[in-house]
Write a protein that binds this ligand. Structure first.
Ligand code: FEO
Length: 398
């Protein structure tokens, strides 16, 4: 059954949602699924913006046929050559052999790597500032290198004032009927997943996102059509402000995130006790996570949200407890900046994790590590009360 939605003049969304996939990129949990968006503009010439992931191929191809309603397809614009959007290009070319492929020079390099020689006689290479006119609509191409692949393009339709934004402004989460962000309580239903998507997929590339936001600021945008998640037609400045914060590594709020690792519950108990003091003394929002149980993508997202992070870590093999070490690796890989960290360590005979964690945190830009470190010997005891309170006070004071 064809399932498409007209989102603005001549412009049809014809994507689909996948609720079966457990891990996006075989890495990131998808408890609420994910959507793959594709858009068709019917004009004197018909143009398709991106295809879909192979998982929704049947629905996508049926939707494309339904949206074209017997007309020919003139162009596929390839904004992004990652397989979650390009997997169906070959199938579309097979069904519509006269179609012309539109992309940047690097787009076609990648196309030849994934689909050697596909459409080699019908390629149109575009670059920054080039346009494609289809009749009423003229699409202006904007390069978006490393948001989050190097070949990424965006396209601005000056007829409908729609920005086709590739992965930018996308989110994890399938579409629950409503195609527009304002069909939903986005802040409640999608914001955490949008942040998790941004921070883990694009987070490393803040400066590149900033460069694109500066270009977008010069456009009169009425609608943003991303490749994942809902389409934006209201409250666009609100979401752009989130992107401003995330891409400059600016905390969204002054909450405190406590992340602990614990083998037998003693470090956990210390972290929970500290969290209670932190909440009681500061009155601020405090969230507590077990690093072994909570997937690192959620922890990364929380660290992008909050201003202060408190790490409680056992010493293991004279080093950092492995799940905590993996999280620290993620923070470095994703270029996390501008945060305040506090570190508490545990060790029964030779506590060493704290010093090693501080060395890892020192590699991050503009990160303050509170000097006061809490050291626990096996378990927190009443004799540690003063040290615990001084540690908590130092976190609040910073
Ligand atoms: Fe949704 Fe970078 O692909």
């Amino acid at each position: 059954m064809v399932n498409i939605r007209e989102i603005t003049k001549d412009t049809t969304w014809l994507g689909g949602s996948d609720r079966r996939l457990a891990l996006f990129e075989n890495l990131f949990p998808l408890p609420d699924g994910v959507s793959y968006n594709s858009y068709l503009i019917r004009d004197d010439k018909n143009v398709l913006f991106d295809t879909s992931d192979a998982s929704i191929a049947g629905q996508f191809l049926e939707n494309l046929g339904g949206a074209l309603a017997g007309e020919k397809l003139d162009y596929i614009v390839i904004l992004h050559m990652e397989p979650d959007h390009c997997a169906e290009i070959a199938d579309v070319v097979t069904r519509y052999p006269d179609v012309q492929l539109v992309g940047g020079a690097q787009t076609f390099k990648f196309l030849d790597q994934f689909f050697p020689g596909l459409g080699k006689d019908s390629r149109l290479i575009v670059k920054e500032g080039d346009t494609l006119s289809t009749g009423n609509h003229t699409f202006h191409f904007v390069t978006a290198p490393m948001v989050h692949w190097p070949e990424v393009l965006m396209a601005y339709d000056d007829y409908t004032k729609t920005l086709f934004s590739a992965d930018a402004f996308g989110t994890f989460g399938a579409l629950d009927g409503g195609i527009f962000a304002d069909d939903h309580d986005f802040e409640k239903e999608y914001l955490d997943e949008a942040r998790r998507y941004y921070s883990n997929i694009v987070g490393k590339y803040g400066p590149q996102v900033q460069a694109v936001l500066k270009k977008a600021a010069g456009l009169d945008i009425a609608m943003i059509a991303p490749l994942h998640g809902p389409v934006w037609r209201k409250d666009i400045p609100w979401f752009i402000d989130k992107y401003q914060k995330w891409s400059t590594y600016t905390p969204e709020d002054d909450g405190i995130v406590v992340i602990y690792g614990s083998l037998y519950g003693h470090t956990e108990s210390a972290a929970e006790t500290a969290a209670a003091y932190l909440r009681g003394k500061s009155g601020k929002d405090v969230k507590v996570y077990d690093v072994s149980k909570t997937h690192s993508s959620y922890l990364v997202s929380e660290i992008f949200r909050a201003s202060k992070i408190v790490l409680f870590c056992p010493t293991y093999n004279n080093g950092i407890y492995l799940p905590m070490a993996a999280l620290l690796h993620d923070l470095s890989a994703l270029n996390v900046q501008n945060r305040t960290f506090a570190v508490a360590e545990n060790g029964t005979w030779a506590p060493a994790a704290g010093k090693l964690i501080k060395e890892e945190l020192a590699k991050l830009k503009n990160v303050k590590v509170i000097e006061n470190m809490l050291t626990i010997k096996s378990a927190l005891h009443p004799t540690d009360q003063t040290a615990l309170e001084e540690f908590v006070d130092a976190v609040i004071k910073e």
